[in-house]
Design a protein around this ligand. Structure first.
Ligand code: PLP
Length: 364
């Protein structure tokens, strides 16, 4: 059996009629940037998330726009996790601000709120918790620190669309929430795309300007912004897929539960905190035999992935920040032992069984 890490072709086949119809109309219409499909998508996703929502070009840009709207400048410190995709800290560094990395919790792989508190300094201006792999960070302590220390809270919910914490959607608890519609995400477009959420009209208006070079009236620029818009084709695809998101996330949970039930005696399986609804963007296990297990899966036709092999504080581009190996031991250990198994709604029972049996056969 050959099992890919994701299977976007099968997903497309299942909803082909609606997608083709929507794309055909957009192409016929001839408006490709922003426009009606984007407005419609923003309306739908606003009501899904219960937050002001604005499409943009990518999750990376959503982070950048959130930081710009928070007026983060050179020398400001922004606390975040080293165990995330590069974009989280990249956006901070691009503005000349300083990413301050705080270690993660060994069970959830999310930022450890106790260590966040210890990292706050006079220069700290914002915190970016990342809801890694689709599980919300334990937000109450983070919200409390932000409130008490007067810090801006920007959630990186790029992997967590539809995830919840205490009945609130991930990405709607801070001042800003950032989402990615990269094709392999739980809600993915046919190219790059992103979304930024906020809580009030003032921020919404500011973001709306920032994504079009700081202009409200064409060719008049109040502030310096960037070009970061969602295009109509992506919005057309996302409008169709959004209808299936909850159903797809539920199927991911089902698969995850099956994996965990069958593998928990062999490897560290995902730990779900009491107040969170995990949406399993990734199903990540920990094992000291990571590299040999990966090779065994490969030999048996199963693709798996290492997210992430090197934490951000040890990346070459961040050498100037002065972190050394051993500074953030949990992230470093997890990076060496983590492995993501295939998980997507289109997986068949037979595929799930085959993966379980192949992992089990490795350990026997
Ligand atoms: C945690 C996290 N942050 C940011 C991003 C950036 O999103 P994009 O690839 O849409 O720029 C991603 C997606 O890859 C992500 O997983």
């Amino acid at each position: 059996m050959q099992i890919p890490f994701v299977d976007l072709k099968t997903q497309y086949k299942n909803i082909k009629k609606d997608i083709d119809q929507s794309l055909f109309e957009i192409i016929e219409n001839g408006t490709f940037i922003l426009g009606k499909p984007v407005e419609e998508f923003e309306k739908n996703i606003s009501s899904y998330l219960d937050a002001y929502s604005l499409g943009c070009a990518s999750g990376s840009d959503a982070l950048l726009l959130a930081l710009m709207a928070s007026d983060i400048k050179e020398g400001d410190e922004v606390i975040t996790t080293p165990f995330t995709f590069f974009a989280t800290a990249g956006a901070v560094a691009r503005l000349g601000a300083v990413p301050v990395f705080v270690d993660i919790d060994e069970k959830t792989f999310n930022i450890d709120p106790v260590k966040v508190e210890q990292a706050v300094s006079d220069k700290t201006r914002a915190i970016i918790p990342v809801h890694i792999f689709g599980q919300s960070v334990d937000m109450d302590p983070v919200l409390e620190i932000c409130e008490r220390r007067n810090l801006t809270l920007i959630e990186d919910a790029c992997q967590a669309i539809g995830a919840e914490y205490k009945d609130k959607k991930a990405g709607t608890m801070g001042r800003f929430g950032c989402f990615s519609f990269f094709p392999t995400k739980n809600l993915g477009g046919f190219g790059d795309g992103g979304l930024i959420t906020c809580k009030n009209e003032e921020d919404y208006k500011l973001l709306k300007k920032l994504r079009v070079h700081g202009s409200e009236k064409k060719y008049f620029h109040d502030v310096i912004g960037i070009n970061s818009r969602l295009d109509a084709i992506q919005a057309g695809v996302l409008n169709i897929k959004l209808k299936y998101l909850d159903e797809w996330n539920t199927r991911r949970v089902e698969i995850a539960q099956k994996y965990s039930e069958s593998l928990k005696d062999l490897v560290q399986t995902p730990y779900v905190i009491k107040d969170a609804e995990h949406i399993y963007h990734q199903y990540a296990i920990l094992t000291k035999d990571r590299d040999t297990l990966l090779a065994h899966l490969n030999q048996n036709g199963i693709s798996s992935g290492v997210y992430y092999p090197l934490p951000l504080h040890l990346q070459k581009c961040f050498e100037y920040l002065g972190y050394k190996e051993g500074y953030l031991p949990v992230s470093e250990k997890v990076s060496k032992e983590i492995l993501s198994l295939p998980i997507y709604p289109e997986m068949t029972e037979a595929q799930v069984e085959y993966i379980i049996n192949t992992v089990r056969s490795f350990f026997s």
